[in-house]
Design a protein around this ligand. Structure first.
Ligand SMILES: C[S@@+](CC[C@H](N)C(=O)[O-])C[C@H]1O[C@@H](n2cnc3c(N)ncnc32)[C@H](O)[C@@H]1O
Length: 157
């Protein structure tokens, strides 16, 4: 297993960012949701318990392919464990799995040093998208498919 795959923890309930997104009704029963880089899948389980149509994909823990486009793509604590090239690839992956009207909620950790690599794998990441919520431990960005495509093509978002 790679160092980034080992960062997936077995969680008992939903992650803090997912709790907040649900509380603020940014994800609804009508949405189809993909959790991109879902790790061991606790957030998918929590969404399904609320009867939300959710699937998870993770190159190491949940490698099954889900070909559909989604209203919502979540990507939680994934980008911090990747280098720049792989981060770019993941953002394309998210973009390609969103409906034209869809929204991505991308959460990065904020309890890391701004410089250097913690435990050989965790890095500080900033994105040019709308910041919905910032705490001492995480920041949630919201991005549309167009925001992602513009950013990935090197344009201003
Ligand atoms: C810190 S864990 C977060 C897991 C999950 N999102 C959560 O919050 O519990 C980081 C995850 O990123 C996954 N990962 C590594 N490389 C990836 C890639 N290229 N695309 C998507 N996920 C990746 C790892 O397998 C790992 O499960």
């Amino acid at each position: 297993m790679t160092p980034s795959a080992r960062t997936a923890i077995a969680r008992k309930g939903p992650s803090l960012p997912l709790r907040w997104l649900l509380k603020d009704r940014l994800i609804s029963r009508e949405d189809t949701v993909l959790d991109y880089g879902c790790g061991k899948g606790a957030d998918v389980t929590a969404l399904r318990a609320k009867r939300i149509k959710a699937v998870g994909w993770d190159p190491y823990h949940r490698p099954d392919i889900h070909p559909r486009l989604n209203d919502v793509v979540l990507c939680t604590y994934v980008l911090n464990v990747l280098d720049g090239v792989e981060r770019h690839r993941v953002l394309w992956g998210i973009c390609e799995r969103l409906q034209p009207w869809g929204e991505a909620f991308i959460t990065v950790r904020r309890d890391l040093p701004r410089v250097g690599v913690l435990n050989g794998v965790q890095r500080w990441v900033e994105l040019p998208f709308t910041s919905l919520r910032k705490t001492a431990t995480y920041e949630i960005y919201r991005a549309s498919r167009d925001d992602l495509a513009r950013y990935l093509q090197g344009e201003k978002v």
